[in-house]
Design a protein around this ligand. Structure first.
Ligand SMILES: [Zn+2]
Length: 126
């Protein structure tokens, strides 16, 4: 491998060689730099493909009828006065948004299909 370096480039290379004193020749120094560059490039690639997956995942999640938006959740809690809506129960603890018609049986996340239940009654309902 032959390199045509300007005086300035050569000086920089010499400086780098001095910094990496354990590196004995230009070739291995260059290999180190190349590997470092490749690694950071691969990492960047991996990161961007990861974030792509995240957006796909996020889009898929928002179509999930189990997913209730924060706004809707707050609205449901608010109209229920932050109390369990199970008859005779007024628990204000561990409140959960329940799908009256369960999602697995085709229920959706429309306001009319949502109610507030405490964890206890939500569990009873199954
Ligand atoms: Zn309850």
């Amino acid at each position: 491998m032959r390199l045509e370096l300007t005086h300035e480039q050569n000086e920089k290379l010499e400086k780098l060689k001095a910094l990496k004193s354990h590196t004995h020749n230009v070739e291995s120094l260059l290999m180190q730099l190349i590997e470092k560059e490749l690694k950071s490039y691969e990492n960047a690639q991996r990161k961007s493909s990861k974030s792509n997956k995240n957006t796909e995942f996020g889009a898929a999640r928002s179509k999930n009828p189990r997913q209730i938006s924060k706004r809707l959740r707050n609205h449901v809690l608010n109209t229920a006065n932050y109390k369990c809506q199970y008859p005779g129960c007024e628990s204000r603890h561990f409140l959960q948004i329940d799908h009256i018609h369960p999602v697995r049986r085709g229920g959706d996340q429309r306001r009319s299909n949502l109610q507030v239940l405490c964890a206890n009654h939500n569990r009873h309902k199954g």
